[in-house]
Design a protein around this ligand. Structure first.
Ligand code: FAD
Ligand code: 5PR
Length: 370
């Protein structure tokens, strides 16, 4: 395994539980998640349940009463997502739950170990100059994947005009309530402003104490995309969020431009790619990590079921599993390009199909609707 992020830890844990001996090589010296908060849906929550990380995570995450969308502070929709499993949480909590599950399953996680490449026959080369042989190599090393690049798989990268800066700050619910008493501050609230200026704040409670906020602006807007944030600008547009923006302004922050990468293929011989290394996507539908964990599970199951021809088993895995990820990637790109999310009521039809998918259901490819 190259990479100890959400994809790498999930596939490692699933494989170990299926009887494999697994080693994760993580470049960073410290095992922890960067970034702020995250939203997960049924497709990844099913996988977390199956690998035993569900209860630990459930105690440190929440399901808000509704996913609300506002335009110029006017409510467009409050989607209660009846019957849909979804949870919000912090990235450090998700990472810690996965790391615990991995270790309890016997996965060996080696920090400070950088992979520089792999070959189709299952040879991995490390920055130290050492090499290792494996029956299966997984490139879960993120959007800049060294494993992917070393295989020379052709890819297309698309950058969007908008981007986002993310923060984890204290909830300050009572202060927010005082400023806007009629608001349900446990909701996810997507505050859009398109006219006269494109500025948006996605407000996501992650648990009782922590709030995830994502501040979006076009990269061409120098003040909107500045870090640390321009507090005066953001509070002038979103005065009801002033208490939490003041906290965010004290954090350095990093502006991240939306991007999508699409690969010709996800596998090469005994090597498979999952997560951002294979299918980095815009965050609109909150499915980057979700599809990473979904594909981690299905890859582990497909590799375990493989008889003698691993490369063929991996190709078949991609053929079966890729369309549902491509769908999320295409829809997310479309939302990022059009900003259609600002209209609300987004979690319907094709935009919720990937979220509802259950990668652990053995019958999943027989029951999909035409
Ligand atoms: P990463 O998390 O990037 O992990 C890769 C790991 O590999 C890292 O630990 C890295 O240090 C390591 N590594 C890299 N190179 C090497 C190497 N050469 N050798 C060894 N190790 C290496 N997704 C959701 O599902 N829900 C959301 O709400 C959501 N919100 C998002 C918001 C934003 C603004 C962005 C940018 C993304 C969001 N995503 C979301 C997407 C999600 O963050 C990613 O899709 C997910 O983190 C991908 O996981 P990964 O394990 O593939 O990659
Ligand atoms: N949804 C989520 C998210 O984190 C972002 C977006 C949508 C959960 C960005 O941070 O559209 O940018 C988005």
């Amino acid at each position: 395994m190259s990479g100890g992020g959400f994809a790498g830890l999930t596939v490692a844990t699933a494989l170990a539980q299926m009887g494999w001996s697994v080693r994760v090589h993580e470049r960073a010296r410290e095992l922890r998640a960067e970034g702020a908060g995250i939203v997960l849906w049924n497709n990844s929550l099913q996988v977390l349940d199956r690998i035993g990380a569900g209860p630990d995570l459930a105690s440190r995450s929440m399901t808000p009463p509704a996913y609300e969308t506002r335009m110029n502070n006017v409510i467009q929709s409050q989607e209660t997502l009846e019957g849909v499993r979804w949870r919000t949480m912090t990235r450090p909590h998700l990472h810690a739950s996965l790391l615990t599950a991995a270790r309890e399953s016997g996965v060996e996680v080696i920090a400070g170990s950088e992979v520089v490449g792999a070959t189709a026959d299952g040879t991995v080369t490390f920055a130290s100059g050492e090499t290792a042989e494996a029956d299966l190599v997984v490139g879960a090393d993120g959007v800049g994947s060294a494993v992917r690049d070393s295989l020379g798989i052709p890819l297309k990268r698309e950058r969007s005009g908008d981007g986002i800066t993310r923060f984890l700050v204290p909830r300050r619910k009572a202060e927010l309530q005082a400023l806007e008493p009629d608001t349900e501050w446990d909701n996810v609230i997507d505050f859009w402003n398109l006219d006269p200026r494109v500025l948006r704040i996605l407000y996501t409670p992650a648990n009782d104490e922590e709030l995830y906020i994502a501040l979006m602006s076009p990269s061409a807007d120098a003040d909107g995309s500045r870090v640390p944030i321009d507090l005066e600008l953001w509070t002038s547009v979103f005065p009801q969020l002033a208490p939490v923006l003041e906290d965010a302004a004290r954090i350095p922050g990093r502006y991240y431009g939306y991007q999508t990468t699409r690969l010709d293929r996800w596998t090469e011989g005994k090597v498979a790619l999952i997560g951002d290394s294979a299918h980095a996507m815009c965050p609109a539908l909150a499915q980057g990590a979700g599809t990473a964990m979904q594909n981690a599970w299905t890859l582990a199951a497909a590799a375990t079921a493989a008889t003698d021809d691993m490369p063929e088993a991996l190709r078949e895995w991609e053929r079966l599993e890729r369309p549902i990820t491509d769908l999320a990637q295409d829809r997310s790109q479309w939302y990022a390009d059009t900003r259609e999310m600002a209209k609300g009521n987004q979690f319907v039809g094709d935009s919720i199909r990937t979220a509802l998918y259950n990668p652990t259901d053995p019958q999943r490819h027989e029951v999909t609707t035409p």
